[in-house]
Design a protein around this ligand. Structure first.
Ligand code: HEC
Ligand code: HEC
Ligand code: HEC
Length: 137
């Protein structure tokens, strides 16, 4: 893990951006601004451990020269499915009708909300389990 982090950080400024903004879906919600660097440097995961690049960039290997966007594998609703390692990764989201997404299918929710924020100890992070933690509106 450390090896991967060091290799990527060696790519130079921007290798661990301070924030990244997620707005792939044309829905009603405002863009989600992820405090990217703080997740690596300051925050701890549900088990209390430091969060690694690969906890989120879950396909990253030491051989990768760059970090791929989630949607390079998790196809957007209107895009053809991609394949990776012989499997078709689930879509980034399934659209029920234009601008309305099946909330159970959002891979960002599976990873960020269900997989991490909801697993945090209540005393540590009650506010982080609310929609507003990530969606200002
Ligand atoms: C841990 C962060 C996080 C939390 C908490 C969270 N979301 Fe999200 N949500 C996201 C991310 C990231 C996206 C993907 C945004 C994109 O790429 O467009 C998203 C997308 C969505 C979308 C689809 C996009 C749109 O504009 O319609 C809906 C609907 C949504 N969230 C609703 C909710 C609701 C309701 C809650 C609370 C029950 C919630 N979210 C809690 C991070 C979060
Ligand atoms: C908490 C989850 C999380 C962690 C931990 C994390 N990242 Fe990211 N990172 C993201 C998300 C989400 C994106 C946006 C992906 C997208 O646009 O599809 C991103 C984007 C990036 C980008 C592209 C930035 C851009 O502006 O295009 C780089 C480079 C990157 N991360 C490197 C790293 C490195 C190096 C580490 C470890 C030191 C790391 N990330 C740890 C979630 C994370
Ligand atoms: C290089 C391709 C690739 C990239 C980039 C990628 N994924 Fe994935 N992802 C996959 C594959 C393949 C699977 C299916 C794995 C399996 O079922 O064994 C998967 C599965 C998942 C799942 C589990 C979905 C489910 O319903 O079980 C989540 C959540 C997820 N990815 C989130 C993300 C997020 C968030 C990002 C961006 C930070 C991301 N992925 C980037 C290839 C990728």
């Amino acid at each position: 893990m450390l090896v991967i982090a060091v290799a990527l950080l060696a790519l130079g400024a921007g290798a661990n951006p301070e924030t990244v903004t997620l707005k792939y879906l044309e829905g009603k919600r405002a863009p989600v601004v992820l405090p990217h660097q703080a997740h690596v440097v300051d925050y701890k995961g549900p088990g209390g451990a430091t969060i690694a690049c690969r906890d989120c960039h879950h396909t990253l290997t030491a051989d990768d020269a760059e970090v791929k966007p989630c949607v390079s594998c998790h196809a957007l609703p209107n895009q053809p499915m991609a394949t990776h390692g012989g499997v078709e990764p689930p879509r980034y989201a399934v659209e029920k009708k234009p601008g309305v997404f099946d909330i159970k299918t959002l891979v960002a929710h599976t990873q960020c909300f269900e997989g991490c924020h909801k697993q945090l100890p209540a005393r540590q992070a009650k506010a982080l389990k609310k929609c507003a933690a990530c969606h200002p509106k």
